[in-house]
Design a protein around this ligand. Structure first.
Ligand code: F0G
Length: 450
């Protein structure tokens, strides 16, 4: 019989202790943080599922590459290595390093968008949405309807509604749509993948109207592995070949290397357009740095180059997708409402179904995240009414899994804590907003209990 247990495909040689707190301490800490888990000191968190961004563990190969990082201001060897790796996987002509994904977004939208434009996406994440709004353009989410229904199962819930894209172009006019984006995987909608078929259809529409297509590629390797598992014709292709095929459908990408770059910092912007690349590099020099480092140290560039290779290894991706599903399936098996199926980097609790007695205006997602902290020191993040205001189609609590950091027993603990909270869900109360900043309010908003 073949052995079926899927294990972590690594051994752990460096560890960081995590610290227990008492329930009473957590109650006080929660009040001090005004019920916003972003405002908690990290050392008071036991299991930190706030984000999978920059929180992963690097490999021995990555650390070795860091020691060899070339810190030259211009012409760094580490940049050459990164560019070669990115061009191999992504296939785009220009590779512009940035300190993280949002810097790539700011530069891209700063160069391509103007007031009155619209930028369609399957679903914009918070920073893309905010950066588009910041230049006076309008972010438009065109997700397929299944993607907005947490309980509905569909293999590619991240797909864009192609008919809706066509009708937006007809309504708005192609000259008012400087680019179309596809976010792989769809972070705001449950970490759900986009199929190759859908990317192909979106690409065809874009080509027909001569609108550039850009990928928000943060979790491209997880998306490629879902295609391998779920889409006909891709069963025997490598994740790398699948990623290459998908990127060939577009004209460029933004990337946060803090996710599927397996690095703690970094990102890049790619384009095939020479004139655009020149403008982007001009902006880059203004705020990020010279185009061969873009706000990063040479050692960071080296770590990302190795991370991009490791993230496409099948052993890694199998473990990654299976271990996330393990959390989702153990919760759903006990009746906890989650976005189905579990995503690649995270499991998303459906807070509206978990706490049906709390109205959206009373932030069920924020209230639920606060309870998970109170019960077991687990930090998660709301993706819903707080993050997106009235644009929110769902109120979700994301349990994002840092890459190569937690083991199965940590996850078993998380399941146990959530089931405890689920048992006493009727006693949980909603929250009232007492302070909010003008944009990206979720990072610093404050609340009190109703
Ligand atoms: N696009 C997507 C889909 C993202 O998930 C993120 C970051 C970004 C862009 C921006 O990248 O953080 O490097 O500037 N998401 C993190 C998260 C922060 O928690 O999901 P960044």
């Amino acid at each position: 019989m073949a052995v079926r247990t899927i294990i972590e495909p690594f051994k752990i040689r460096s560890v960081e202790p995590i610290r227990w707190t008492t329930r009473q301490e957590r109650e006080e800490l929660l009040h001090r943080a005004c019920f916003n888990l972003f405002l908690l000191p990290a050392e008071d968190v036991l299991i930190d599922l706030l984000t999978d961004s920059g929180t992963g563990a690097m490999s021995t190969r990555q650390w070795a590459a860091m020691m060899e990082g070339d810190e030259s201001y211009a012409g760094s060897k580490s940049f050459d290595r990164l560019r070669a790796t990115v061009q191999d996987i992504f296939g785009y002509k220009h590779v512009i390093p940035t300190h993280q994904g949002r810097a790539a977004e700011r530069i891209l939208f700063g160069v391509m968008c103007k007031k009155g434009d619209a930028v369609p996406n399957n679903t914009h994440f918070d920073t893309t949405r905010a950066n588009i709004e910041f230049v006076g353009a309008k972010p438009v989410d065109l997700l397929i309807p299944e993607g907005r229904e947490p309980a509905t199962r569909h293999p590619f819930k991240g797909n864009m509604d192609v008919a809706a894209l066509e009708s937006l172009i007809a309504r708005q006019g192609r000259e008012k749509i400087p680019l179309v984006m596809l976010t792989i995987t769809n972070n705001s909608g449950g970490g759900q993948p986009v199929s190759m078929e859908n990317a192909r259809a979106v690409s065809a529409v874009c080509r027909k109207h001569r609108i550039p297509l850009y990928f928000d590629a943060c979790r491209f390797a997880e998306n490629a592995y879902f295609i391998k598992l779920r889409e006909k014709g891709y069963e025997s292709k490598t994740p790398k070949a699948i990623a290459q095929e998908m990127f060939a459908l577009g004209d460029g990408c933004t990337m946060s290397a803090k996710k599927d770059g397996l690095a703690n910092i970094g990102g890049f912007l790619c384009t095939n357009d020479d004139a655009l690349a020149q403008q982007e590099k001009n902006l880059l020099i203004l705020t990020e740095g010279f185009p061969t480092y873009g706000g990063l140290a040479g050692r960071d560039l080296a770590a990302i180059a190795v991370g991009l290779e490791e993230v496409l290894e099948e052993d890694y991706l199998r473990y990654r997708i299976v271990s996330t599903a393990y959390l989702g399936d153990h919760l759903a098996g006990q009746g906890v409402p989650i976005v189905q199926p579990p995503g690649g980097h995270a499991v998303y609790l459906d807070a509206r179904a978990f706490l049906p007695h709390i109205a959206c205006e009373q932030f069920p997602g924020v209230a639920l995240a606060a309870e998970l902290y109170l019960e077991g020191g687990i930090r998660s993040v709301e993706i819903g009414t707080l993050m997106f205001g009235e644009a929110a189609k769902m109120d979700l609590v994301r349990l994002a899994i840092p890459r190569r950091v937690y083991t199965q027993s940590h996850i078993d603990y998380v399941v146990e804590v959530i089931l405890e909270v689920f048992k006493r869900r009727e006693q949980i109360r909603g929250l009232k907003l007492t302070h909010e900043p003008p944009f990206l309010r979720h990072f610093t908003a404050r609340f009190e209990r109703l």
